[in-house]
Write a protein that binds this ligand. Sequence first.
Ligand code: PRP
Ligand code: URA
Length: 206
Amino acid sequence: MQPVVVQHPLAQCHLAAIRAQATPSHQFRRHLNLLARMLFLEASRELPLREISVRTPITQTTGAALARPVVFVPILRAGLGLLDGILPLVPEATVAHVGIKRNEETALPQSYYANLPANLGSADVFLLDPMLATGGSACEAARQLKAAGALRITMICVVSCPEGLSAMESAHPDVPIVTAAIDQGLNDKCYIVPGLGDAGDRYFGT
Ligand code: PRP
Ligand code: URA
């Protein structure tokens, strides 16, 4: 499955702002929240609807509501930066959490927390993380979600690269990916080039 790259001009402007080293955390947060919202609009394009009856001040008519529950799953920590931007669009969604931290020496994912709801199997699940580098964290998160019953997972990541996309395609070919950029690749510390640095540190100012 080919990743969907959102090339809307405004998305590309927000992306340039979060890439810039000079962008301070408070601005980084704002741009990341807005960019996440644009990526989610693309990722949610095919969500099924059900018809509902609506009483306007004038008459009775029909309207639409989401047919299935939505579950957002930010990968802690940096995935919270996407959640902040997206949740206002579906305020009734459930928020699950997966805590995964890359080992700084090996770049391998280390899972330290999970809180997953029982309705994953009936939901449209959106896995949120700004960075898809080696793909280790995303693959592990998707594995945990499937093991807990998730059947329909879409991954939203802001910056991806060939290595991470290929890892996800091998491990989870059924998980579509929506991203704002496919960068050149990884450096010797497994950071994305050109990337934006450490997304969690930049979002939280640590
Ligand atoms: C970052 C990022 C992803 C992961 C991507 O998190 O938010 O979760 O690295 O790298 P990968 O594709 O090689 O697994 P990090 O492990 O730095 O944790 P943090 O969000 O707590 O800073
Ligand atoms: N995690 C990040 O935050 N940035 C990268 O470039 C790679 C992993």
